[in-house]
Design a protein around this ligand. Sequence first.
Ligand code: KMH
Ligand code: ZN
Length: 415
Amino acid sequence: MRARIILRMSKPHYGGNLVDGAQMLSLFGDVATELCIRADGDEGLFRAYDSVEFLAPVYAGDFIEAVGEVVGWGKTSLKMSFAAYKYITPLSGPGREPSAAQLLGERQLVCKASGTCVVPTSCRRSPLPGESIGRPGPAILTAAIVGAETTRAQTPHLPITPDEIGEEAARCASVGASVIHLHVRDEAGNPSQDRERFRAAIAAIRRRCEVIIQTSTGGAVGMAIDERCGPLSLSGDERPEMATLNVGTINFGDDIFVNRRLDTFGVAERIQKAGIIPEVEIYDLGHLDILRELVDKGAVRRPLHVQFVLGVRGALAASERNLELLVSRLDSDFPGSSWGVAGIGRHELPMTEVAARLGGNVRVGLEDNIFVEKGVLAKGSAELCEKAVAICQAAGRRVATVAEARAVLLATPAS
Ligand code: KMH
Ligand code: ZN
């Protein structure tokens, strides 16, 4: 959760037109107040700063942008970090007009701080109709345990048989995963979208643990659409609760992952007809625009559940800035949606940290990344899940139980 204030400094306090440093703290105070209002619907109280650093002089006439972010959630407390940047400054000197000013090429960090605010429980309130305030709920942890591209040659820990898949899913569930994003393999370990293979894997998972099963309709690069939809025709005890919906074509490393417009509509309709909840896979900004048409034409119903898959080579890079843009577009275009992030390769755990801080859900697993740290193979997706749980906890968020994940992800869609 973030807030931002921009103010032009007007009152010099010291010689040389210097502004009093306390003005930065006054801006941070207002940013903190906005964060408390966004979180709890109340102005709250600033309890303490634990660090303040003044890093560059501020003069009357400077334009200052102050930003703040909640970095930890307590019962009544909110831990925040702040930064103030100068981005316009007066330009003086011989031959200059007194009104000359300069737009700085790179904004200058002038002050940073961290501190804690408190909103007493009695002051917290629920959102008014149409108001979008509130603390992020627990983070839903998805484990992508198989994938289509990861191979046994890359990691011996990849589960392939139904029993291996069931065991790995149970390990992930035992450490906090509530959703299993599922691909399956044939006997040779090659990717398959065969319905009976999914049936066997789902049965093996359900025998061992209680999780939401989300089958892939993306399959592997190059598969035909009908083949990709194999798991959607499962019924009875092996019917998945969720399935992915890929809405846009992207470069996928040296391949192309093709999702033609009409095929996407077709898959969306098959998912809906099967009574399965879609999770929309978004690999690039324009995919949100494609989603608009799917929603407007009723092929995908709200509330939307979106996975931002960032860092595929050939699609949108995994960066905090890109994620913020995606989340702000999602919030304004499709309010009330849930979102999560899957960072590919070395971006997996860093993006988990960003998503936890920004209030999203998280996905980890061998489908997306096989390393637990540089050069060290993860012993399985469960080890990556443990890391993700710790990252969420460090951001003051616990991971959702399966019941909590069900309440968010499987709520009846609007017709
Ligand atoms: N294997 C990727 C090409 C999904 O599961 O829906 C596509 C994929 C997406 O994994
Ligand atoms: Zn997948």
